[in-house]
Design a protein around this ligand. Structure first.
Ligand code: BGC
Length: 287
């Protein structure tokens, strides 16, 4: 077993270019768009914790871009009316989707409405308050774990694997996100997509008991390790709240395997952090 050894200093964690960048604001807003709920919160960017309760609205059906944008607007309105809300002139909003997102354009839609494909979210969300940046949901969770949770700001390469309706993967090296890793869609043991066998939903659909599922997860991590060796895997998603059910079977990997720490709010925290960093980067490039 190897584990990342050095702690990455805060500035270095963002990559060399960040060392001359101004400080981040104290807080930002993160919104996590999921299949059943859209959840938002005000995130303290120093700790990754939420300031106040998170706010959730059920995902509209059908979850078309316009319908989801309207819900995102309602969530922002509720959060911005709170006394702890970030100042309007300093507002960054991060929004996650269960999809590949490049330059704020959604490129895939495996577990969301197909109308999202090629949707430019900077246009879709341009009427909303603040500066909005969008990213993949697992990437947001991975960023939050790397900075505030089970990654503990360590140097080296870590992959967060989220197990839910689908399987998301997020690759972080020395604190820097390499986005859209998407190895839940890699072919695995005869499945076109690994998530057809490895997701929490697939466990239920296929009637696997926990030892059987733990063994499938172990083989999947061994497979991931061959594609992309890492120092540490962080296992996230809803089922990471009950690690004792499957972790005893996840053994024999070269990398360290740990459980996510932020479970419920990882997407929200990571989205807020991502947005604040993107806004700062955009400002530094334009000045
Ligand atoms: C999607 C990924 C997403 C993951 C977790 C997969 O089906 O393709 O983009 O990160 O589910 O929601």
């Amino acid at each position: 077993m190897t584990s990342p050894e050095a702690t990455v200093p805060a500035a270095q964690a963002l990559g060399p270019a960040s060392q001359s960048l101004p400080k981040l604001p104290e807080s930002a807003i993160g919104i996590d768009v999921g299949g059943t709920g859209i959840k938002g919160g005000i995130v303290d960017l120093a700790s990754g914790e939420l300031r106040g309760e998170r706010f959730r609205i059920p995902t509209p059906k059908p979850a078309t871009p316009d319908a989801v944008a309207e819900v995102i607007g309602q969530i922002l309105q509720e959060l911005l009316a709170r006394p702890e809300a970030p100042a309007a002139e300093d507002l960054s909003v991060g929004v996650t989707f269960p999809a590949i997102v490049i330059d704020n354009v959604v490129l895939t839609a495996s577990n969301i409405d197909p109308a999202w494909i090629n949707c430019d979210t900077s246009q879709l969300l341009s009427d909303l308050p603040g500066r909005t940046f969008t990213l993949n949901d697992a990437d947001a969770a991975g960023l939050a774990e790397a900075r505030y949770g089970a990654g503990n700001n360590l140097a080296g390469t870590m992959m967060t694997v989220t197990l839910g309706t689908g399987v998301g993967t997020a690759l972080i090296h020395d604190g820097v996100l390499i986005p859209n890793n998407e190895l839940g869609h890699a072919q695995f043991e005869g499945e076109v997509k690994a998530e057809n066998k490895v997701s929490a939903a697939s466990r239920e659909r296929l009637g696997m008991d926990w030892p059987e599922y733990g063994e499938v997860l172990r083989r999947y991590l061994v497979y991931l390790e061959r594609i992309q060796p890492v120092n540490r895997f962080i296992i996230g998603g809803g089922i990471s709240q009950n690690p004792e059910l499957f972790m005893p079977y996840v053994t024999g990997l070269r990398a360290e395997v740990v459980i996510a720490q932020l479970v419920n709010n990882a997407g929200i925290s990571g989205a807020a952090l991502f947005a604040a960093e993107q806004a700062r980067l955009a400002d530094s490039q334009s000045s």
